[in-house]
Design a protein around this ligand. Structure first.
Ligand code: 13P
Ligand code: SF4
Length: 301
């Protein structure tokens, strides 16, 4: 029996749904019940009727699923699937930052630990960060964390004053404005789409055609008629884009933009996770109750 067949059989036997992020390896995306960005997958996790949610993504995504749908068993197939950006701020650091700004509203990107979410008023993802920030009552001081590039982008788009935590994604921050210049020179006229976590997204903003979440990029891929599109994000997304639009050539803005955390999970890990019920992601109830408030605002936005 192939690994794919085993996984399909185990999903039925264990009453499980398999969610996969757009950056997962192609074969994991292909066997998943739902593939998408953080917001889409959070909503799918919240609505899941199955007993078990297997999250082929990273830890903060699995924690979010557990917080939003606490009666389910949430499994992360590999515990090494963390997130460098989420590691850039701890709950303790956020408490200290809040103490310096009494009364400020905290908007946390979903790429944070459950402890950080519990200290936050709102959560957002790359697809709804602008809407979430706009929903904060005017005149409130805002602390935005942890991604300074996303924060700066949202600050410009909304015109809202925000204090930014100086964190970044080690994968996206590597892309520099020079990469954009080189790619543009090699493919004149090709549209450039970029994730807001990119280090180049703020400095080179005027020359990027669209700043989009990963699902926003997938929608762009479905609709474009351009012969070549330059894609500034993790290379895992190219699989979905190429499958949905085999005519356009989708090229990474820079080679080697690979998230090591997103690449921890392979088909054998998914099979083992389903078969051996590993690795269970739990969030202490006291933390979950506080984090849920911020996450419910995110899924409603
Ligand atoms: P998306 O929500 O746009 O999929 O982004 C998640 C992420 O981790 C990007 O690095
Ligand atoms: Fe985290 Fe960056 Fe990987 Fe996204 S690409 S999961 S932000 S380390």
């Amino acid at each position: 029996m192939s690994l794919e067949e085993e996984i399909r059989r185990l999903k039925v036997e264990k009453d499980a749904v398999l969610l996969a992020h757009n950056y997962q390896v192609p074969e994991v995306q292909d066997i998943a019940d739902h593939v998408g960005d953080s917001l889409f997958l959070s909503r799918k996790a919240m609505e899941a009727k199955e007993k078990v949610i297997v999250f082929a993504g990273v830890r903060f995504m699995a924690e979010t699923a557990k917080i939003l749908n606490p009666s389910k068993t949430v499994l992360l197939p590999d515990l090494k699937a963390g997130c460098g950006l989420a590691d850039s701020i701890t709950g303790e650091q956020l408490r200290e930052w809040k103490a310096e700004h009494p009364g400020a509203v905290v908007v946390a990107y979903i790429n944070t630990s459950a402890d950080v979410k519990a200290e936050s008023d709102y959560c957002c993802t790359s697809s709804n960060a602008e809407r979430v920030v706009q929903s904060v009552p005017e005149g409130k001081e805002i602390l935005f964390l942890p991604d300074m590039f996303l924060g700066d982008y949202v600050r410009k788009k909304t015109g809202r004053a925000m204090h930014l935590w100086v964190g970044d994604c080690p994968v996206h921050a590597k892309m520099r404005p020079e990469d954009l210049e080189h790619a543009r020179a090699a493919h004149p006229g090709a549209p450039v789409i970029a994730h807001p976590e990119c280090g180049c997204s703020t400095a080179a903003l005027p020359s990027v055609d669209r700043i989009l979440s990963t699902d926003g990029m997938v929608r762009f891929a479905q609709e474009t008629t351009a012969p070549v599109v330059l894609v500034a994000t993790e290379v895992g997304i190219l699989h979905r884009m190429r499958r949905l639009n085999p005519v356009t050539k989708f090229l990474p803005l820079s080679e080697g933009v690979i998230c090591p955390y997103m690449k921890q999970i392979d088909l054998a890990d998914v099979r083992d996770s389903l078969r051996d019920h590993q690795f269970v992601i739990d969030v202490p109830e006291a933390t979950a109750v506080r984090a849920r408030r911020a996450l419910e605002r995110m899924v409603a936005s």
